[in-house]
Design a binder for this molecule. Sequence first.
Ligand code: PLP
Length: 407
Amino acid sequence: MIPIHCPHPFFPEDQTTPIPGYPLSKLAHEVGSTPFYLYSRAQLSDRVRRLRQFLPKAVALHFAVKANPMPALVQHLAAEVDGFDVASGGELRVALDTPMTREHISFAGPGKTRDELLMALAAGIILNVESEWELQQIHQLGQQYGYRPRVSLRVNPDFEIRGSGMRMGGGAKPFGIDSEKIPTIVRALDASTLTFCGFHIFSGSQSLNAEALIEAQKKSLELALWLAHQCQCTIPFLNLGGGFGIPYFPGEQPLDSQRVCEALAHALPAFQAAQPQTRLNIELGRHLVGEAGYYVCRVLDRKISRGQTFLITDGGLHHHLSASGNFGQVIRKNYPVRLISQIATKETETVTIVGPLCTPLDILADKMTLPRAQVGDLVVVLQSGAYGKTASPSAFLGHPPAQELLI
Ligand SMILES: Cc1ncc(COP(=O)(O)O)c(C=O)c1O
């Protein structure tokens, strides 16, 4: 195969598989049908191991299940990470099916339903409270059913991660409680009926800028200290959020996570001097799982329309909305894509790879140079381990769902 793309940490350009010993064509037979998502246990574990090399020992590593709630994958990560953060009752069920200690599971997200709150109370996990109304509901349900809620307040800080892909803090937001309102709320908490667990500060997502992440972590530690001072409280747990990104598009460089972790180690002593008992954690989604996942579909047809070559595949935006450019992108850019040819060829061509949906939005790669493709070849979209299957409108047009395989 001819080198065309930037190097991938786990999928060398000249290989036919990201998992040594398991050619993708064989895996496609094993799965039974295309399209499918493939996730690598070795690559998931490798990512956690590398992070832990530099992450301060005092900072626990949590997985944000929303990035990939496949039950087998979450089971695998239960043995690798220190905790889970879930965003719905469905994700909570997946997390509770693992051996993860309940004390290390937290539930964040606006609009939690009464049933979800009750599930969380019964399970004894931490609820990251998103509003004053939610806090009232939690308190009331705890009283009614005899549960002692464990609550942490999600803080909407007055800053965000500079230039992050998704801004979750700063300004007016539906997420968390504005930082300036927190002291009054904490002072009014009734310690005889609930357990105050601390704060959750999540200020952004998908950042590749180490400096911006270092700045956000420093501000989060300062904010937590300011809150503790204002509330006259100690902080049992402090969730510093995450925001660690992965490179998706040409020209993007991987995040220097070592630098971010080392800066955190440097900033910690000042915080720990004031709050020595606090248990800290970060919560990462895509950075843990994104590069360990591959979306594989098959070329069904190739056609030329007015000089442009189209490869029509059995996969598309109904399985992988992110790669189609319709999930969070303003200007569409191509995810990295590989072609696994049935017949080795040195010939290349520029193609647009589309799915089977009758919409011009259903594009997996636009005008990309790849080895010349035949019907039956496999198309692999890299960086597909996060916000893939579950972030896509799978019912749209009634095509079969993508399978998932963890190997
Ligand atoms: C509260 C919270 N935690 C974690 C994440 C995971 O973000 P990422 O997958 O970019 O790490 C998000 C993303 O929106 C979030 O809102």
